[in-house]
Design a binder for this molecule. Structure first.
Ligand SMILES: [Zn+2]
Length: 311
């Protein structure tokens, strides 16, 4: 259960609330403040672990300094207030992983660096604070975060309809450490139709790029190739699948039948994997959140970076 009020500060990466650690809400309470003490083009981004003290107020863990996130100063101050952008620690880690992915960089022509991400956030902050002084609790357009307004407007108390809650639960699921992720994903594996049992190629064949992969199986590559690729990082947001668990699943196939690994990989590659009831219904909530955040980072760093995602 998450507590949100009008003073809540939201993570610049995932759009979820940053919470008081005393409430013990796990990853939602583990904050980092991004900060640059130097200006473009020599921007150096510091990542400062911090404790939320309510609303936009934080305490830096390294020296107990009190700072305010996304705080715009007026012209009466001799120098502008330093800018701190608030994020969850795990979202920063996920963003770095997404930015370091070769496939993402080559596909979108990204400059995958924290400096680039900082400049995106700075642009969004300048836009959000154009007509307002003081702290800004979020720096994004609402539609940019995959309908996260549903989550932010939700009052978490008895009486919420299960439908509404289901549509919003993934926003607060830990996107990095996902319990039993591999076995949960493999529960979705289907058997290859009998008619297709001998249709798949036995020749080694390079898999197509995972970007824009359709749901249509071609059998141009062997089922083994799809399985091995899945287990070893073909889909970069599934870097932590357990190859042993994948191998055990393969060994469990009924006599005379084959798992449809190609279909599973194609399903997992879909951009809208995060949406409720999209492509695969019963994915772990954390994985849905991870895929959502991964795409957000890619889109933030795409060429027109302030025109954030249109889900
Ligand atoms: Zn976040």
């Amino acid at each position: 259960m998450t507590f949100i009020n009008e003073y809540t500060t939201y993570c610049a990466i995932c759009g979820g609330p940053i919470e008081d650690p005393d409430l013990d809400h796990g990853w939602l309470s583990q904050a980092v403040l991004l900060h640059s003490s130097t200006e473009f083009p020599n921007t150096q981004i510091s990542e400062l672990p911090a404790k939320n003290k309510g609303g936009p107020y934080f305490e830096l863990l390294e020296n107990a300094e009190a700072v305010t996130a996304c705080n715009k100063s007026g012209s009466v101050l001799p120098s502008p207030r330093p800018l701190y952008i608030a994020c969850h620690q795990k979202c920063v880690a996920l963003a770095k992983r997404a930015m370091s992915t070769q496939e993402a960089a080559s596909h979108r022509n990204l400059d995958g660096s924290m400096q680039h991400l900082w400049h995106v956030f700075k642009s969004l902050f300048d836009e959000a604070s154009e007509e307002k002084l003081g702290p800004i609790c979020n720096i994004y357009s609402a539609q940019a975060y995959g309908d996260i307004w549903r989550f932010q407007e939700l009052v978490w108390q008895p009486g919420n309809g299960p439908e509404l809650r289901f549509d919003s639960m993934h926003f607060e699921a830990d996107p990095k450490d996902i319990p039993d992720m591999t076995s949960s994903i493999l529960l979705q594996l289907q058997m290859l139709p009998v008619a297709d049992l001998n249709s798949s190629s036995s020749e080694p064949s390079e898999l197509p790029p995972f970007k824009d992969l359709s749901l249509e199986c071609t059998a141009h590559s062997s089922s083994r190739a799809w399985r091995e690729a899945l287990a070893h990082g073909y889909l970069p947001w599934l870097w932590d699948l357990e190859p042993d668990v994948v191998a055990q699943k393969e060994a469990s196939k009924p006599l005379g039948q084959e798992w449809n690994w190609e279909l599973l990989v194609r399903q997992l590659a879909q951009v809208h994997l995060h949406e409720p009831r999209a492509v695969i219904e019963d994915l772990p909530m954390g994985l849905r959140n991870r895929r959502r955040i991964w795409r957000l980072v890619e889109d933030m760093l795409s060429e027109d970076s302030t025109e954030v995602v249109n889900f």
